[in-house]
Write a protein that binds this ligand. Structure first.
Ligand code: FMN
Length: 231
């Protein structure tokens, strides 16, 4: 099994500590781990040209850099999106990365590999913002086509230091182990739920009279307008 972590921060603090606790839970000889650390591995801001959506993703000005990471996403079984909460949401580094993946939302050109994955969102906040951040990241994973998504957030009630190492390690460790068990189960029995099927059908109907030729051609080529499904 391949585990890909997309770290929304290069800071080695609370978020890193929680991610490491999770990764330990998945350590065994059969699992492979890969990681993308933002903004080190990708630091481009979306220019808003919409070339990816309208003309095809290879027309994105940052195609070479972003595509290397998308290939990693395609190959992963478990995708971990991790971020500290910054001003009530995910880090800017993660947001600008996510913006580059708009073309692969269900409403445009979802990748069939996505329907067989499990997602895990990890966040850490000083006080509030976990809920809002999880909601944003959940909608990204969901609209990429990832059918099963878990989340885990910690609230530190203070800034700086390493909360996870010193204050509440045992409690967090227990919660992480419990959540990791659920994720492992979901990876064994992968399922596509009603909500994903519903949105796939809905967007398929809109593609039948679609306004964007690049999307329509893609759905036709996949056979998805003739009853074929990516799951
Ligand atoms: C620029 C900045 C903005 C932040 N905004 C929030 C916020 O809106 N809500 C909150 O609860 N904590 C906020 N925090 C606190 C961090 O979310 C919290 O300390 C987190 O655990 C840091 O993660 P890290 O140690 O992985 O960097 C902010 C911290 C920084 C540096």
């Amino acid at each position: 099994m391949k585990v890909l972590t997309i770290m929304g921060t290069a800071h080695r603090g609370n978020t890193r500590a929680v991610v490491d606790l999770f990764l330990k839970e998945f350590e065994n000889s059969k699992n492979e781990f890969d990681e993308v650390v933002l903004p080190i591995d990708f630091n481009n801001i979306c220019m808003g040209c919409a070339n990816c959506i309208l003309k095809g993703e290879e027309n994105c000005p940052h195609y070479n850099e972003i595509n290397k990471i998308i290939k990693k996403i395609e190959n992963a079984d478990l995708i971990i999106l991790a971020t500290p909460v910054f001003v009530g949401s995910c880090s800017g580094a993660l947001k600008v990365f996510l913006d580059h993946l708009a073309y692969m939302w269900l409403v445009h050109r979802p990748k069939e590999e996505m329907f067989n994955k499990v997602g895990l969102i990890i966040t850490s906040a000083g006080g509030s913002g976990v809920k809002n951040t999880v909601k944003l990241l959940k909608s990204n994973l969901f609209y990429w086509g990832v059918p099963t998504i878990y989340n885990y957030g910690v609230t530190t009630m203070k800034m700086g230091g390493n909360y996870v190492d010193y204050d509440k390690k045992d409690k967090i460790q227990k919660q992480v182990s419990k959540k990791a068990k659920k994720v492992k189960k979901a990876l064994v029995k992968r399922k596509v739920g009603f909500k994903t099927k519903f949105f796939f059908k809905l967007f398929g109907m809109t593609q039948k009279n679609g306004w964007n030729k690049t999307d329509v051609d893609y759905w036709k080529e996949k056979g998805w307008l003739n009853g074929k499904k990516p799951y």
